[in-house]
Design a protein around this ligand. Structure first.
Ligand SMILES: NC(=O)c1ccc[n+]([C@@H]2O[C@H](COP(=O)([O-])OP(=O)(O)OC[C@H]3O[C@@H](n4cnc5c(N)ncnc54)[C@H](OP(=O)(O)O)[C@@H]3O)[C@@H](O)[C@H]2O)c1
Length: 434
């Protein structure tokens, strides 16, 4: 039986899962492929041999640079993470005629232009299914299963840490800082959680989804990005009263040739499927012109879920290698690389949606009237309102009709500047028509 040989860079959480899955399912994978998938080498700076997993001392190396050019290796699987040395190693592997699999969304989102171009030049393939949605097969779905349709919009819950924090806050009534600390203790959040709770990880993933869905290139810096650190229990409770659930959504819409791309806390109707995606689960909800809406749901991270996506990529590449495909690389993003042009991005000022607003106002006659008058002057109309208990400081909470972001920001700045309210007004965007 022929063999396709795999060199692994990084044997941490995901790499460890890949080793286990390739070993556990070796017979089935060989049956599917008609050839053996063999682990030829693992480069990792801290890995110790573990014969129970087939990780014998002779498979382990500290020399990643040498691994990626070894003539007996066909596919290089990059699971180091980070930008360097991951990028240089991938480029070196491609130049040496290896196909590459990676789960590194940060690298692909930031340096995809260099990497995909190099893959095309070398005629090799880049598999990156695990980079968005972990085990959810969303890359292949957009690239192949939905390829006949024109996509209108993508809404993703693509960061499990944020989703876990927001759903635990809502469920247990605990504040953000307490839930984050507990998530860090249990390993659900990183020691430095900035990339996750700041929304940047979701922005990396959205940049990749935009290319697959709309065929244009988008840099993460072009995604309007807000994290979840300012979300309070009070806002989650008011959202519930209005019939909404707060989620960190990665949103991309394609309209009139321009792309709207944003990551921010969003109120979604509590009856919507996305509102029921809780804990560390991910979901991607796609609106297509011909198909209508579909949703893809599952675990977006973790050892074995992510490993399933990596090994499926290895299998796909192994099939292409065995079939002798040499120009396969040019469909990794669903379009020939040369056809992917920079996205025309709609400025945030020009987006329109409904808004949730919360003001902390003194309980004095006229305050509400002054707020409403500034909003009205800026063409913001109020759809409904909650004003509760009497106290020196009372929350005034509103839901607006659809408004322009530019008008809303001007109105809130004026309310703040004229000291009509005591603290900076809070606003959260609502996606009512999902
Ligand atoms: N974890 C998930 O659930 C998940 C989900 C989707 C995508 N991903 C992506 O998958 C990739 C890997 O994530 P992971 O969670 O598996 O990371 P991880 O647990 O930190 O594993 C990385 C492994 O590679 C080693 N390593 C890193 N840089 C190295 C270098 N320069 N030389 C030698 N060894 C090096 C690390 O060694 P040390 O431990 O000594 O640093 C570690 O053993 C990342 O790009 C991540 O974004 C992860």
């Amino acid at each position: 039986m022929k063999a396709v040989r795999v060199g692994l860079l990084g044997c941490g959480t995901v790499g460890g899962g890949v080793v286990k899955l390739m070993r556990r399912n070796a017979a089935m994978l060989a049956a599917r492929l008609g050839a053996r998938l063999e682990l030829a080498a693992v480069a990792d700076r801290s890995l110790k041999p573990d014969p129970s997993l087939g990780l014998y001392a002779e498979l382990i190396t500290r020399d990643a640079q040498a691994l990626v050019t070894r003539p007996d290796i066909d596919v290089v699987v990059e699971l180091f993470g980070g930008l360097e040395p991951a990028q240089s190693l991938i480029l070196k592997a491609l130049a040496a005629g290896k196909d590459v699999v990676t789960a590194n969304k940060a690298l692909l989102a930031e340096r995809g232009d260099v990497i995909f171009k190099a893959a095309v030049k070398s005629g090799r393939f880049i598999g990156f299914e695990a980079s968005v949605g972990g085990g959810i097969p969303i890359i292949r779905t957009l690239r192949e299963a939905l390829a006949a349709d024109r996509q209108r919009a993508v809404y993703g819950i693509v960061n499990g840490t944020c989703n876990y924090i927001l759903s635990t806050m809502a469920e247990n009534g605990s504040e953000f800082a307490d839930v984050l600390a507990a998530a860090q203790r249990s390993g659900l959040a990183e020691a430095d959680p900035t990339l996750d709770v700041g929304g940047h990880d979701a922005a990396h993933k959205l940049a990749l989804l935009v290319t697959l869905a709309f065929g244009v290139a988008l840099r993460p810096s072009q995604v309007h990005t807000e994290g979840i650190t300012r979300i309070t229990l009070q806002d989650i409770a008011y959202a519930r009263e209005f019939g909404f659930t707060v989620k960190l959504l990665a949103i991309a819409k394609h309209e009139d040739g321009a792309i709207e791309a944003r990551v921010h806390p969003t109120m979604v109707p509590s009856r919507h499927l996305l509102a029921s995606v809780n804990g560390a689960y991910n979901a991607i909800y796609i609106q297509g012109e011909a198909l209508g809406s579909t949703m893809y749901f599952g675990l977006g991270a973790g050892e074995m879920p992510t490993a399933t996506a990596v090994v499926a990529d290895i299998l796909e590449i192994a099939r292409m290698r065995l079939a002798g495909a040499t120009e396969a690389s040019d469909h990794a993003l669903g379009y020939p690389y040369s056809a992917i042009k920079p996205a025309k991005v709609k400025p945030m000022d020009r987006i329109a949606c409904e808004y949730y607003l919360r003001f902390m106002a003194e309980d004095k006659p006229g305050v509400l009237g002054r707020i409403a008058s500034v909003l009205g002057r800026h063409k913001i109309s109020i759809a409904s309102m909650i004003q509760q208990e009497r106290a020196p400081q009372v929350p005034v909470v509103m839901r607006t009709h659809e408004s322009q972001e530019r008008d809303l920001r001007r109105a809130l700045a004026e309310i703040h500047r004229r000291k009509i309210v005591k603290t900076e007004p809070v606003f959260i965007r609502i996606e009512e028509r999902l």
